[in-house]
Design a protein around this ligand. Structure first.
Ligand code: ADP
Ligand code: MG
Length: 252
C-alpha cells in the first residue's frame, strides 16, 4: 500500500503566495478530484506532491518518508505523473512514446522485457490507441496525443497516479473512457489524484472533491457533501443549481 500526503505546504514565488497551508492526504485506493479556477494552485500542488517542485515550507510524505529522500527512479516507480503541458518534440511512434512509461524499470522502447511489453500493450489498448500505435506522434490530433501521454502514465503501473487535466482536448466518449480507466485503477487499489474542469464529471466519478482557490483548500469531501451552490459560488464565482447531487444549471 502506498501513501502520499502533503502536509502544511506553503509555496511563495517572488513574495507572492501560491500555496498556503495546504494539507492533502490522498485516500489510498480512491479517486480524488482537485477542482478550482485557473491560477488556484492546482498544478503547483500536484508538482509538489510528485516531488518536482520544492515547497517553501511543509512536507510531502511518500510512505511516511519525505519525498526528497527517494531517488528519481524510486519516485517514478511509485508515482505516475501526467503533466498539464506535454511537449513532445520528436515524431516518434506512438508505441515508443507509451513505452517511455517503463523507463523507471530500466526499459528502453526498442528493448522491452515481456512484462514491459505487456504493460505497454495494455495501456495502448485501454487508451484506445491500438489502431494508432505505429503512427508518428506528430501526425496525431490533440486529443489523440493527449491519450498517448495518458497511456504512458498508465504503462508505468505505479500505485499512485497524479494527472493534471487528463481530459483536456478529449471528446465526450474518450472523457468517459478515461474516467472509467481511473475508476478501474482505483478499484484495483490504485490511488489517483486528478485535476478536472468538468464539475459534473468530477462529481460523477470522484470519491473526494478537493475545492481549491487562491492557493488554499477551501473544502474537501465526497461530492454528495461538498457539491453545493455555496462552494460553486465561493470557489468558481458562478451561480449553480444543484439537485440530487447533480449540477443542473450554471450561470454568471
Ligand atoms: P492552476 O493549475 O490552478 O491553474 P498553477 O498552479 O499553475 O494554477 O498556478 C498558480 C499560480 O501561481 C498562478 O497565478 C501562476 O501564475 C502562479 N505561478 C506558478 N508558477 C509560477 C512561477 N514560476 N513564477 C511566478 N508565478 C507562478
Ligand atoms: Mg493547472
Amino acid at each position: 500500500m502506498t501513501r502520499l500526503e502533503a502536509r502544511n505546504i506553503y509555496r511563495t514565488q517572488k513574495d507572492i503566495s501560491i500555496l498556503s497551508n495546504v494539507s492533502l492526504p490522498l485516500q489510498t485506493g480512491k479517486l480524488t478530484c482537485l477542482i478550482g479556477p485557473n491560477g488556484a494552485g492546482k498544478s503547483t500542488l500536484l508538482r509538489t506532491m510528485c516531488g518536482l517542485d520544492r515547497p517553501t515550507s511543509g512536507e510531502v510524505l511518500l510512505n511516511e518518508q519525505p519525498i526528497q529522500f527517494l531517488s528519481h527512479r524510486e519516485r517514478a516507480r511509485l508515482i505516475g505523473y501526467l503533466p498539464q503541458s506535454r511537449p513532445l518534440a520528436w515524431p516518434i511512434p506512438v508505441r515508443d512514446a507509451v513505452a517511455l512509461g517503463r523507463f523507471a524499470y530500466g526499459a528502453r522502447p526498442e528493448k522491452l522485457s515481456p512484462k514491459d511489453a505487456q504493460a505497454v500493450d495494455q495501456a495502448i489498448h485501454d487508451c484506445g490507441l491500438t489502431a494508432l500505435q505505429h503512427r508518428a506522434t506528430n501526425t496525431l490530433s490533440g486529443g489523440e496525443l493527449s491519450r498517448v501521454h495518458l497511456a504512458r502514465a498508465f504503462a508505468g503501473e505505479a500505485p499512485v497516479l497524479i494527472a493534471d487535466e487528463p481530459l483536456s482536448a478529449l471528446d465526450p466518449k474518450h472523457q468517459l473512457r478515461v474516467m472509467n480507466l481511473f475508476r478501474d485503477y482505483t478499484a484495483k487499489g490504485g490511488t489517483a489524484c486528478v485535476v478536472l474542469h468538468d464539475i459534473s464529471i468530477a462529481a460523477q466519478f470522484a470519491c473526494e472533491l478537493v475545492w481549491m482557490k487562491s492557493g488554499k483548500i477551501l473544502a474537501s469531501g465526497p461530492p454528495q457533501e461538498t457539491l453545493t451552490s455555496v462552494h460553486m459560488e465561493t470557489v468558481f464565482e458562478v451561480q449553480a443549481e444543484i439537485s440530487d447531487g447533480r449540477l443542473r444549471d450554471l450561470s454568471l
